[in-house]
Design a binder for this molecule. Structure first.
Ligand code: NAD
Length: 242
């Protein structure tokens, strides 16, 4: 059985991706930072449907926790076949209002966390000469979002990191691709008012905001053999318009 690690999988896009990959037959590692209860609920729901899942704590801003988690998975499940570097936090406001620690937190979580998880997974995948990595950027990483400059910088970094890493790992049978979601209905957007959400919805050509499942479907496809010639790609899942 193949094993997939998903960071930040206790809710939102990570949760939908974990459930979807379990349906594809993966033993799923539901990575979580703080919310063990929610992560265990995700695992229970997968198990109730005949899948295999385990909640494993790792804060992606803590390299030691990532290393321990990947080592644990490799020892217990014997392989790390797929990784979805999904965990992330938003950061809203004028750049001049961001403190040093605000900036460091976003870069450490959204960019360095992704890079470190990919590095630890790549160590295992290079031994296997097989693997599939999906990073999660954002439309703001492609075009830049006003009042989200630091978040945009982190997410833009993920895109160039993905492209570079895809070239480095491909000769060893490892594909690396990126998903760039637009507006998806998850807790990361909970600060927005109903009016804000309506304005955003009105601006999307497909006429609706995205669901976590929309993004999970792209991740499943990128991890499957159906995308076997796709490498270093940035797949926008945003309803169009950018
Ligand atoms: P979410 O807030 O529901 O999920 C984010 C997950 O990341 C949570 O489970 C959270 O606990 C986890 N997380 C946060 N900090 C962490 C840390 N230090 N270590 C481990 N886990 C941590 O939001 P979401 O929309 O599901 O976000 C998933 C990814 O999608 C994020 O990278 C986000 O930037 C990206 N994204 C989301 C949208 C959107 O509109 N929802 C758009 C573009 C990109």
């Amino acid at each position: 059985m193949k094993t997939a690690i998903i960071s930040g999988a206790s809710r939102g896009i990570g949760k939908a991706t974990a459930i979807s990959l379990a349906k594809e037959g993966y033993a799923v590692i539901v990575g979580y930072c703080n919310n063990q209860e929610k992560a265990k609920e995700v695992c229970a729901s997968i198990a109730n449907n005949g899948g295999i899942a385990e909640a494993v704590k790792f804060d992606v801003s803590n390299a030691g926790e990532i290393k321990s988690a990947v080592t644990y998975v490799k020892e217990k499940y014997k392989s790390v076949d797929a990784v979805v570097a999904n965990a992330g936090i938003g950061a809203y406001g004028l750049l001049i209002d961001h403190s040093d620690s605000d900036i460091q937190k976003v870069i450490m979580t959204d960019l360095v966390g992704c890079i470190t998880l990919c590095r630890e997974a790549a160590k295992v995948m290079l031994q296997q000469k097989y693997g599939n990595i999906v990073t999660v950027s954002s439309i703001w990483g492609e075009v830049g979002g006003s009042c989200e400059s630091v978040y945009s910088a982190a997410k833009g970094g993920i895109i160039s990191f993905t492209k570079a890493l895809s070239k480095e790992l491909a000769p060893n049978g490892i594909r690396v691709n990126c998903i760039s979601p637009g507006f998806i209905d998850t807790d990361i957007n909970a600060h927005l008012s109903k009016e804000d959400v309506k304005d955003i919805t009105d601006s999307i050509p497909l006429g609706r905001i995205g669901t976590p499942q929309d993004v999970a479907n792209a991740a499943v496809w990128l991890i499957s053999d159906k995308s076997s010639y796709v490498n270093g790609a940035v797949i926008s899942v945003n309803g169009g318009g950018f």
